[in-house]
Design a binder for this molecule. Structure first.
Ligand code: ZN
Ligand code: ZN
Length: 348
């Protein structure tokens, strides 16, 4: 018993050889509480007396009857201390003001570090002074925010300059995407964040290319996927495959895409976005949750786009359709030409 008592509570030690008096600390949620336990000569736990520090007394206020009951019921001191800690954890939870408050040096250090860094960089600090958000500008003038949970050993200035280094390493990646975002129509994501490396760029009516830019090698040939009706996509795919070797890593992704596909991308300067966001022919909306209509009738005279989920449900409901594995074969609701659709992937 004694060995596991010391193992669980290394700061609580017997102070006499009869082992009837213990003094020291018990630790709950990273806080130490002073405690003295006096046992009768027969070491019966039921007769034990507890002397608690004022913080412990304060926390156990209202729980005295439970502590007494545990003292009566616990098999030995190890079990009793375990029970006592459980009660203390509950007490700490119900009294948020008793949670550990950092020492005054914590605040003076924080103010000192903010002064070094510059108060102008502070965007937000929570009421407990534990989480703060800092402004950071990369060398291209892009604004970023860094959220810091104040626990680390590094100073705010160190964290901030580490963050700036990471920003600089991603500068080329954002240059590539900024050019695409400003000179083309982006169909997806709807509002790209700095973390988004995918762009779906409009090429024409119901034709688009999905590119996945590698943040570490942003100017290399990205992963590309052409989407749209077969008769438009096939020639573009052939050009992509034939001209891939022309990809020039010194040039931007947008310029390379233009050269390799031999096209001009419609841009905000030349086209309205509405000409590329044609609604689904079944539900008559553009966005269905996050999905946009990316299934297109392959008949060149029709070319009607549909949401995958809409087309799948529509075709499945028709007796003339047939299904093979996860593909449904049926007729386009608009022109009655053959159309196929894969079963929509289940959203996790
Ligand atoms: Zn739809
Ligand atoms: Zn059709």
């Amino acid at each position: 018993m004694e060995s596991s008592l010391v193992k669980d509570n290394p700061l609580l030690l017997p102070v006499n050889k009869e082992m009837t008096a213990y003094d020291g600390f018990i630790t709950v949620q990273e806080r130490d509480f002073r405690l003295r336990i006096l046992l009768p000569p027969d070491r019966q736990l039921k007769q034990a007396r507890l002397h608690c520090c004022w913080q412990l007394k304060h926390l156990l206020h209202g729980y005295e009857h439970i502590v007494k009951q545990r003292l009566q019921q616990s098999a030995d001191l190890v079990n009793f201390i375990l029970e006592l800690k459980t009660v203390l954890e509950v007490g700490l939870k119900s009294r948020p003001e008793c949670r550990s408050i950092p020492p005054p040096q914590y605040y003076s250090q924080l103010i000192l570090e903010m002064e070094t860094l510059g108060w102008g960089k502070l965007l937000f600090i929570d009421t407990e002074f534990r989480t703060l958000r800092l402004k950071a500008e990369d060398s291209s003038g892009r604004q970023h925010a860094l959220t810091v949970k104040l626990k680390s050993k590094s100073t705010l200035e160190q964290l901030h300059s580490q963050f700036l280094l990471v920003l600089e390493s991603l500068g080329e990646f954002w240059d590539v995407l900024d050019e695409i975002d400003s000179k083309t129509w982006i169909l997806e994501p709807e509002r790209p964040s700095r973390a988004d490396s995918m762009r779906r760029i409009a090429i024409g009516n119901n034709v688009s290319i999905k590119v996945e830019v590698d943040p570490r090698h942003p100017k290399m040939l990205p992963e590309c996927c052409l989407l749209g009706a077969e008769h438009v996509v096939t020639p573009l795919r052939n050009k992509l495959n034939a001209n891939m070797h022309m990809w020039n890593p010194d040039s931007s992704v947008l310029h390379n895409l233009r050269d390799v596909l031999e096209i001009e991308f419609p841009s905000p300067a030349t086209h309205e976005k509405s000409s590329f966001s044609v609604e689904c022919g079944i539900c008559y909306s553009y966005r269905l949750e996050a999905e946009i209509p990316d299934q297109v009738c392959n008949d060149p005279r029709c070319g009607q786009p549909f949401h995958q989920a809409c087309l799948y449900e529509w075709l499945r409901a028709l007796p003339s359709s047939r299904q093979s594995f996860n593909i449904v074969f049926g007729e386009c609701p608009y022109c009655s030409k053959p159309i196929t659709v894969k079963m929509a992937a289940q959203k996790a």
